[in-house]
Unconditional design. Structure first.
Lengths: 240, 227
């Protein structure tokens, strides 16, 4: 009896330790980003430029915006997100930091989840700034549906984060890293992006989420499956 | 021995495809609503079936590589994926031709079409990634992971399509699928065509494997010469 409770206590301790390791990595990444702000500044500037270019490309009248708003927004998130994600593992290349991280007691899955959390926080911040910008530049009201919209953004962004972080780890040592990441990530992102775009367009048009639960299920399913796959396979990618 | 098997398979494929083509092009009657163009189905659908299965088989080989770390399995996985990518391309092109004839457009952004294109792009990325890595072990490891991600993604998309209510692409017609109804006379050549595609895939993978082993031999000879 004692032994069982001891082992379950040590298990709890282990999972607590794992969580703490994840948060340590995430905090480290966020702190580094906060001090330099290089990924955030670049992606924010980039997304502003894209939003402005869209207005020339599409002649935004209210009806057209109604149809395209979700798609436009997620395209901006994807493009700007790639900049953040590209930096995620690439920043560890200097001074062989990645090797040091792998040699540390943090398991690769902890490293992956920690980096994913940091990317997630950055992307969410970026997306809300973009959304505000989008609302102002294109005169779209989004505050009325903010709850469901935040849910869709949270789910869609996690999909982008998991796939992006995984492929960021995968491409970190490649020649042509900056090109390979989008080439690999964007096709993988089609199912969740399709769902997120449809949902966001609908929500920005003022409709309720309830009519579109199919797409929410797609997002949740994608998030769960690929998070598990990422955690299971990151060991292979980073260590071999 | 392997050469003889390859030769035998090729002969079997040649006979099968000739007999099948004769059946499909000469013996079968035209379809009621589509006239002659429905025959493209015999090239279009089996290519998708064998191609998608091939991606799955490639994933299994990748998994075996990860378990054994034997580069043979990596080469096999890459060859299978390459051939499957070609079959997927055949599927896309024939579908496009059929669409032009029946719908009046080369391409429609229907879920089924899009999913195949996405699948094609994912595995094209897989092959591009292989070219970007020089070191064989790293290449094998990374491409195995992409193969798993890509195949799971393809499977996911395939499931999602079944939830999407309205599709432009025709629903499955084969008798073992629910709701499929096709005349027996039209269905039998279809299955022979599937077999022909499987044979073709096996033959091409075998040739690709041989090419790979020759390349490795040349490489080691070159190294020997330089040493």
């Amino acid at each position: 009896m004692n032994r069982i409770s001891a082992s379950s206590a040590s298990q709890r301790e282990n999972s607590f330790l794992f969580l703490r390791q994840c948060f340590t990595i995430a905090a480290k990444d966020l702190r580094a980003e906060w001090r330099t702000k290089e990924a955030l500044n670049a992606s924010l500037a980039f997304s502003t430029v894209i939003l402005i270019l869209f207005s020339f490309a599409l002649d935004p009248n209210p009806e057209m915006l109604q149809e395209f708003s979700g798609g436009l927004l997620w395209l901006v998130f994807l493009f700007a997100g790639a900049l953040v994600l590209n930096r995620s593992f690439a920043r560890e290349m200097q001074n062989d930091c990645l090797d040091a991280l792998l040699a540390s007691p943090v398991p690769p899955s902890g490293l992956f989840l920690g980096k994913a959390l940091a990317n997630y926080a950055l992307l969410m911040m970026l997306e809300f700034l973009c959304l505000a910008e989008f609302g102002i530049l294109f005169n779209v009201r989004w505050l009325g549906n903010i709850g469901p919209l935040a849910l869709v953004m949270a789910l869609g962004t996690w999909a982008l984060t998991v796939i992006g972080t995984m492929f960021s780890a995968l491409t970190v040592n490649l020649r042509l890293r900056e090109v390979m990441l989008p080439v690999l990530v964007y096709p993988m992102m089609v199912p969740p992006m399709m769902a997120a775009m449809i949902l966001t367009t609908d929500l920005l048009a003022g409709n309720a989420l309830a009519g579109n639960m199919l797409w929410v299920r797609v997002l949740v399913g994608f998030d769960v499956i690929f998070t598990l796959l990422g955690v299971a396979l990151i060991d292979t990618v980073l260590v071999g | 021995m392997r050469n003889r098997i390859l030769l035998l398979l090729t002969a079997a494929f040649a006979v099968l495809i000739a007999w099948n083509l004769k059946n499909i092009l000469l013996s079968l009657p035209d379809e009621a609503r589509q006239d002659a163009v429905y025959r493209i189905l015999y090239f279009h659908a089996p290519a998708a079936m064998v191609g998608l299965t091939g991606f799955g088989v490639g994933m299994v080989f990748s998994g075996i590589y990860l378990a054994t770390k034997n580069l043979y399995w990596d080469t096999l996985a890459a060859s299978t994926t390459e051939v499957s990518l070609m079959l997927a391309a055949i599927n896309l092109v024939t579908g496009s031709i059929w669409g032009r004839q029946q719908w009046g457009v080369w391409w429609a952004w229907d879920a089924r079409l899009t999913s195949m294109l996405v699948c094609w792009l994912v595995f094209a990325g897989y092959l591009m990634m292989r070219r970007a890595v020089q070191e064989p072990d790293t290449r094998a490891r990374l491409s195995a992971v992409i193969s798993v991600f890509g195949t799971v993604n393809a499977w996911f998309v395939y499931k999602v399509i079944e939830w999407v209510p309205r599709l432009q692409h025709p629903a499955p017609v084969l008798s073992f699928r629910t709701g499929g109804k096709i005349d027996r006379q039209l269905e039998t050549p279809f299955f022979w065509m599937v077999l022909a595609y499987v044979l073709l895939a096996v033959i091409l993978v075998m040739i690709r494997m041989r090419q790979e082993s020759v390349a490795r031999e040349i490489d080691s000879l070159r190294r020997l010469a330089h040493a």
